[in-house]
Design a protein around this ligand. Structure first.
Ligand code: PEP
Length: 251
């Protein structure tokens, strides 16, 4: 596993100020888990308040624009996320790729913009069900990496990749541990091909219906360095159960 296990919650378009209580509870618990890195990507409207409410956990955006500023109504730039208190941002989530027509070139530029602004990046890749059924899953995911991985000077220390099969997101379905292992191995090989030795240190997260019941099994798979969690990150109770599974693997 490259670095500490990293458990990240993606709140998507969920959460108003009342939900900061969940973040506070997660932050308090994080003090007991120094060997696990924890982050939450709330809606952008909560980044600043969350920054003022927590001490230990990382806070992230869910997307960023490629430009620093300009006439892009409704968008947020990486420097703005940073200014609001974000430490990282997700880019290339399948919901952005699908509903906002983002392709690998956009994702690459967004990752580049985020890293240039000092944000860490979680870059998402993953195949659709039809692509997996056609036997193309590894080819699709490695092609996504080829197109979306930012070219950085030196080691991409602030880059994590999240493998999220599109058909597993929010569906309660998860790939077999064998399929997760095979895909993470293929992703690792591609990262080493892109970045050389530094590619061995890029953290690869698994995402897609991670819950308390399956977290330990998924996190124990070789090359799984953590989890990107959607639905189960919305309450401290369900999210901390997943963090607890990571703790039990490193303790
Ligand atoms: C996600 O959207 O990043 C995700 C993993 O969602 P869920 O855990 O709800 O499948």
């Amino acid at each position: 596993m490259a670095g500490l296990p990293y458990i990240v919650g993606n709140w998507k378009m969920n959460g108003t100020r009342a939900m900061l209580n969940e973040a506070r509870a997660i932050d308090r618990a994080a003090a007991r888990f120094p060997k696990v890195q924890v982050g939450i990507a709330p809606p952008a409207t909560l980044i600043h308040r969350m920054r003022e409410s927590v001490d230990l956990i990382g806070i992230g955006g869910q997307d960023c624009h490629v430009e620093e500023n300009g006439a892009y109504t409704g968008d947020l730039s990486a420097p703005m996320l940073k200014d609001a208190g974000a430490d990282f941002t997700i880019v290339g989530h399948s919901e952005r790729r699908e509903y906002h027509a983002e392709n690998d070139a956009h994702v690459n530029a967004k990752a580049q913009a985020a890293l240039s602004s000092g944000l860490a990046v979680i870059l998402c890749v993953g195949e659709t069900e039809a692509q997996r059924d056609a036997g193309d899953a590894e080819g699709i995911v490695t092609a996504q990496l080829e197109g979306s991985c930012p070219i950085v000077d030196g080691a991409p220390e602030k880059l994590s990749v999240a493998y999220e099969p599109v058909w597993a997101i929010g569906t309660g379905r998860v790939p077999s541990v064998e399929d997760v292992a095979a895909m993470h191995k293929a992703i690792r090989a591609k990262l080493v091909a892109i970045y050389g030795d530094a590619g061995a240190d890029v953290r690869i997260l698994y995402g897609g219906s991670v819950k308390a019941e399956n977290a330990a099994e998924l996190l124990a798979v070789p090359e799984v360095g953590g989890a990107l969690v959607g639905g189960a990150s919305l309450t401290a109770e369900s999210f901390l159960a997943i963090v607890g599974a990571a703790v039990s693997l490193v303790d």
